[in-house]
Design a protein around this ligand. Structure first.
Ligand SMILES: C[S@@+](CC[C@H](N)C(=O)[O-])C[C@H]1O[C@@H](n2cnc3c(N)ncnc32)[C@H](O)[C@@H]1O
Length: 429
């Protein structure tokens, strides 16, 4: 089948039509003339991959990473960073239009001068080949695994860990079938590195030698062995086998501790841009009360605490709440309290005349929370989202309950990928 790609859509694919039926083509660039192979046929659309580029788009560039064409991590490395920003503006506008959100969209803010090597957290899978050697893999763009020796999104340190660990295990460890995942987290501004090796068995094969080898890598402060029986992430048992249980990261003038269980924004430079913008939108004045829903390790609340009278953070993950409490202490902030609670069970009415910060996971907000907050008295509501589709849906739901979106500011926290972070400023009509 031959197609000409019309545009990019949210999710990363190029969009075209064949006899009026939409076709979504992975790793395509608007303007590409392509020969494509259909990988999935549904009633209303096709999915396809490129089998031949007949005529490349003028916007197509050579991707920097050798794994790009087959890797599920990056979507847009074949487009210059400037053009990625232009396309993300168009994609976001289309998502808002489809949801019927009429608010003016500000131009996306680039996250930093570093569109590569920006991630502070990444996960790899151990793959055992027929010669009983291990390799590392990422999810491919075809729902299977792609073996890689490096990734251009995290850091040279992470790549060094991959090469060192692979070489050590293949030379020295006999029993390898229990290795499942490797997770690396870094404090980009502190140089701290946390490594988590996940196995299906109780023992970490070759533990002593692995520790000796990994400890030689600069910055490694913390190593965990985590047991995941049956490759399930639900019942993880973590044991610290080297160093500190936590690592640190700095954002603006604040230091934050990170535990393996806690959520932490993945782009340490971009997050400063994000939090500065939240601060500008929230415009906290002396004596204001702030409620930080889905607060993770308390970072946004602490960032806004300087003028506030009181900041209350709500978070479901107990370890993140413990980190949040420690983070307030580390930063000598005394007006923040953190409550471990599912926001669905929160009595929203107890918080009146406050500034709401909502930063939910990708699924967005439940109708109940939207309804409860809309009916409460509040000054300003800041909605931070990492998914434009659920964000647009929720803005529309707020609008139908009398809460209107004043402005929307996207921020490019995830260069090379299709993801887009954004902030909405909402007020009562
Ligand atoms: C996108 S993260 C935001 C974290 C934080 N605001 C930050 O900037 O680092 C979403 C957070 O919501 C928490 N969470 C998810 N579901 C929740 C729920 N039902 N109630 C409370 N917290 C929840 C997650 O554990 C996670 O820490």
């Amino acid at each position: 089948m031959q197609v000409v790609i019309e545009k990019l859509v949210f999710g990363g694919d190029g969009f075209a039509k064949i006899d009026g039926k939409p076709i979504f083509v992975s790793k395509a660039v608007p303007g590409d003339e392509l020969e494509v192979e259909v990988t999935e046929e549904k009633k209303n659309y096709y999915r396809a991959r490129i089998s031949k580029i007949i005529k490349p788009s003028p916007d197509r560039i050579q991707p920097a990473c050798p794994y790009f064409e087959n890797c599920g991590g990056c979507d847009h490395q074949n487009i210059s960073y400037q053009n990625q920003l232009k396309y993300k503006d168009e994609i976001f506008q289309e998502v808002l239009d489809r949801a019927g959100v009429r608010t003016k969209l500000e131009k996306i803010i680039p996250s930093s001068n570093h569109p590569f090597f920006y991630r502070n957290s990444i996960r790899f899978f151990f793959i055992l080949d027929k010669n009983k050697n291990i390799s590392f893999a990422r999810h491919s763009n075809q729902d299977d695994f792609l073996i890689v020796d490096s990734c251009m999104l995290q850091s040279e340190t992470a790549n060094k860990i991959l090469v060192t660990l692979k070489s050590f295990i293949n030379k020295n460890v006999l029993y390898k079938s229990s290795f499942w995942q490797l997770k690396i987290r870094e404090g980009k501004r502190t140089g701290d590195v946390m490594i988590e090796i996940i196995t299906t068995d109780k023992e970490l094969p070759g533990q002593e030698g692995i520790l000796k080898t990994l400890k030689t890598i600069k910055g490694v402060r913390s190593i965990y062995h985590t047991i995941a029986p049956g490759k399930s992430l639900l019942n993880l048992k973590r044991r610290l086998i080297f160093g500190s249980p936590i690592i640190y990261e700095k954002i603006g003038g604040f230091a934050f501790q990170i535990s393996p269980e806690s959520f932490f924004q993945t782009n340490s430079e971009g997050v400063k841009t994000l939090y500065d913008k939240i601060k500008e939108f929230a415009n906290v004045k002396f004596g204001d009360k702030v409620v930080d829903l889905f607060c993770g390790t308390g970072t946004i609340g602490i960032y806004l605490s300087t003028l506030a009278k009181q900041v209350t953070g709500i978070e479901i993950e107990p370890v993140a709440v413990r980190d949040a409490i420690d983070n307030a202490r580390i930063n000598k902030v005394q007006n923040c309290k953190f409550i471990c609670c599912d926001v669905s069970n929160l009595a929203i009415g107890q918080f009146s005349n406050c500034i709401w910060i909502l930063d939910p996971p990708r699924a967005g907000l439940s109708k109940k929370i939207i309804s409860d907050i809309s009916h409460s008295n509040f000054d300003v509501l800041i909605y931070v989202s990492c998914d434009p589709s659920t964000f647009a849906r929720d803005l529309k739901r707020f609008e139908s309950r009398g809460v209107v979106t004043e402005k929307i500011q996207p921020i490019d926290m995830f260069p090379q990928s299709h993801h887009i972070e954004s902030i909405g400023l909402l007020l009562k009509k």
